[in-house]
Structures are given as C-alpha cells and as structure tokens.
Design a protein around this ligand. Structure first.
Ligand code: FES
Length: 164
C-alpha cells in the first residue's frame, strides 16, 4: 500500500492559509476592484455626453392618405393629423395636464385622455377635465414633392389650416 494516495490534513490548530497570503489576496482584490472602478469612471468621463432625441420635423405622407373629415393618430410621432373640408392641421396627442398620450374616440368625436379624464375636440379645444390648456397645433406644410410635413418645434394658432 502506497501512502501517496492519502490526504494529509494540516496539523490541528494551524491555519491552512498563512496570514500573509490572506492579506496579500485581500489587497490584490481591493486593488482590482478599485482599478475597474477607475477605468469605468475614466471611460464615462471621456465618452460624449449626448442626448439622442427623435427628429422634430417629420413627413406624414401624401395628403390623399387622409380622408376628408378624418382624425389619424400617428403613434410614433404622437400627433393627430386632422383633415377637414377646409384642409389639414396637426394636433399634439400629449395631454396638457400631466403628459399622458391621448386617444382618439371616433364614436364620441373626441380626443380623450385615459389618465384623468380630460376630453378635447378634434381641433384640440378642451371640453372637460383637469387639462389646463388645449392641445397645441404644430406647423404643417407641403414639401416640394407634395407630402405633408409637420414641425413639432413650431406651434401655430388653432384656426390655421393647410389648404391642399
Ligand atoms: S394627464 Fe391627461 S388628464 Fe391628466
């Protein structure tokens, strides 16, 4: 029988890792964590602090896409394109109370806010609810190639209509 297969245990009362090795490993671990933190902070400091926002001007397509006397919700732009017998206007879909996204209710011919119950006419005028202001109208015009274009940075008067 060979004795090399036997597991030897340290003599009782003596630690298997020396105090010096233990402190060295703790120190190396702490230095590693501090180094990673420093690297992350340096990367964050040198990376550009840019806020990417969607474009404020967008094309809404050919006017023929919108039937007369219709309200069309453009979800990705959060805008209603309203076509009446006299022309087009663009109304914000963001409630002026606390910023919820409103919903077009064709059966009631109103734009309704699901959060606190404000209601608006299709032209943005407030009917009822806590909203302090009507829904703003955005500038709308035709591009050179005949498409509707909305500029969400420019508001217009509620009675301004794009005649097509
Ligand atoms: S957010 Fe629309 S009514 Fe409050």
């Amino acid at each position: 029988m060979s004795e090399s297969n036997q597991v030897t245990e340290p003599p009782s009362g003596k630690p298997s890792v020396s105090r010096r090795d233990f402190l060295n490993e703790i120190t190396l671990g702490a230095l590693g964590v501090a180094g990673l933190g420093g690297t992350a902070l340096t990367y964050q400091y040198f990376s550009p602090n840019v806020l990417f926002e969607p474009a404020t001007t967008f094309r809404a397509g050919n006017p023929d896409l919108y039937p007369v006397n219709s309200v069309t919700f453009l979800q990705d732009q959060q805008v209603y394109i309203v076509r009446t017998t006299t022309g087009f206007y663009a109304v914000s879909a963001v409630c002026t109370h606390l910023g919820c996204i409103t919903q077009w209710k064709p059966e009631a011919n109103t734009i309704a806010c699901p959060c606190h119950g404000s209601k608006f006419q299709p032209n943005g005028r407030k009917i009822e609810g806590p909203a302090p202001r009507p829904l703003p109208h955005y500038a709308i015009n035709l591009t050179a190639d005949g498409e509707l274009q909305v500029d969400k940075l420019q508001t217009t008067k509620a009675d301004e209509v794009l005649r097509v």
